[in-house]
Design a protein around this ligand. Structure first.
Ligand SMILES: *[C@@H]1O[C@H](CO)[C@@H](O)[C@H](O)[C@H]1NC(C)=O
Ligand SMILES: *[C@@H]1O[C@H](CO)[C@@H](O)[C@H](O)[C@H]1NC(C)=O
Ligand SMILES: *[C@@H]1O[C@H](CO)[C@@H](O)[C@H](O)[C@H]1NC(C)=O
Ligand SMILES: *[C@@H]1O[C@H](CO)[C@@H](O)[C@H](O)[C@H]1NC(C)=O
Length: 372
């Protein structure tokens, strides 16, 4: 199915101190064994809560969320009510989207991603509010020009309506640049000790068979602001290397690898190479020398030259990650191509009801208005 976006983790640079609050709404139509509506919220790319149409409950996913509930006794009930309301709006919206595309059946997915980023050194703030339909951009808000961008012809109608609804535009802008940022600061403060922790990874050198590249595989690090590269005689290499994505592990930590193609390197020269891992906020790099004796592989042990594999544990780990990505994708991440990096928000897409007000996005809510 080409229906999910992938939120690529680790998009920020390794030195940034940018925090983010992000919500992803997913409405689905005729997707078997999948809730009609799901929302997840993320702080610094860590899942904070989950809501879906099966439980109809706002379910905190981090221990520190209990502080939000203690500080504000209505918080939990309010969030639950807001997402129950949004569920109705989204159910209507996906029907509207289907109509716009003349679709009566089949599996369809409508998603909204919105939120804000805040740099805690410069104070710089950014916001985003983007809708995707069946894996492609549908409509998004341009914060600079305060206009709506509709790459799909089917969204023009919505764009026109929203562009003419000044109150809605101002409300969106205020939410993204103020309310959202206020809540982001609050959540970062609650979760500080957990969100600001650093965990170093374990590093392994892996090789599939004697002619494959050597992979420098790191897993278990936190946060997802890290860099990894190969060095020769102390110089960073850019050729014959292939850098992988930062991927999430099931325990909240991350993994990443970088491959080095050694096919034109003589065995005597191997010792001139090393793999370097740098974690944001940690001064010392983890340096691993390229050494045949530490490379994990199983082809040499059997000695039969057949195409071997990585050690089983690692292979399973990777499979789990891939599965996790799929599951997470299904539960609300977007399987999102790198060329895109946007999402849109959740107002009723239909003209007739846009901007009828009824904002539920008051300042004591971390969730914006969904106009009816
Ligand atoms: C949907 O159907 C209408 C009327 O039949 C037609 O005008 C429109 O172009 C169709 N839209 C798409 C996306 O196929
Ligand atoms: C490694 O490099 C050689 C030549 O430099 C190339 O022929 C080979 O395809 C490369 N292997 C991989 C896996 O990229
Ligand atoms: C090494 O593995 C690659 C793919 O993983 C395969 O294409 C290649 O034939 C293997 N080479 C040997 C010598 O087994
Ligand atoms: C190497 O290990 C992988 C995974 O455990 C296994 O599938 C493969 O058959 C092994 N290869 C050899 C040559 O034993």
């Amino acid at each position: 199915m080409k229906i999910f976006f992938l939120v690529l983790l680790g998009l920020h640079s390794a030195t940034a101190v940018t925090h983010s609050l992000k919500y992803i709404y997913t409405a689905s139509s005729q997707v078997p064994n999948f809730p009609e509506y799901v929302t997840v919220g993320m702080v610094d790319d860590v899942q904070m809560f989950h809501y879906d149409s099966y439980t109809k409950l706002f379910i905190p996913k981090q221990d520190w969320m209990s502080r939000a509930i203690e500080d504000d006794p209505q918080y939990w009930e309010r969030q639950t009510q807001i997402f129950r309301g949004n569920q109705q709006v989204f159910k209507a919206n996906i029907e509207i989207a289907k109509q716009r595309f003349n679709q009566t059946e089949g599996e369809h997915i409508l998603q909204l991603m919105y939120g804000c980023e805040w740099d805690d050194e410069t104070g710089e703030v950014n916001g985003f509010y983007q809708y995707g339909y069946d894996g492609e951009d549908f409509i998004s808000f341009d914060l600079k020009t305060e206009t709506w961008i509709a790459p799909k012809q089917q969204a023009f109608f919505t764009k026109m309506k929203w562009d003419h609804n000044r109150a809605f535009t101002v409300q969106t802008k205020n939410y993204l640049t103020q309310t959202c940022v206020d809540w982001l600061k609050k959540y970062v403060n609650y979760g500080r000790s957990s969100l600001m922790r650093t965990e170093l990874p374990s590093v392994s050198l892996l090789q599939r068979n004697s002619s494959s590249p050597v992979s420098c595989f790191t897993t278990g690090f936190y946060p997802d602001r890290a860099e990894i590269f190969w060095r020769k005689d102390g110089e960073e290499l850019h050729e014959n290397v292939e850098l992988g994505e930062i991927l999430p592990n099931h325990d909240g930590s991350f993994q990443m690898s970088v491959d080095l193609n050694l096919s034109s390197v003589t065995p005597e020269d191997w010792r001139r190479y090393e793999c370097v891992f740098q974690l944001s906020g940690v001064k010392d790099d983890i340096i691993t020398k390229l050494d045949k004796t530490v490379i994990q592989t199983n082809w040499s042990k059997t000695g039969d030259g057949r195409d071997g594999g990585f050690p089983l544990g690692v292979v399973i780990g990777v499979v789990v990650v891939v599965l996790l990505l799929l599951v997470v994708g299904i539960i609300g991440y977007f399987l999102w191509k790198k060329k895109n990096n946007g999402f849109q928000s959740a107002n009723n897409l239909d003209s007739t009801s846009i901007g009828s007000g009824n904002s539920s996005g008051s300042a004591n809510s971390d969730t914006p208005f969904i106009t009816d």
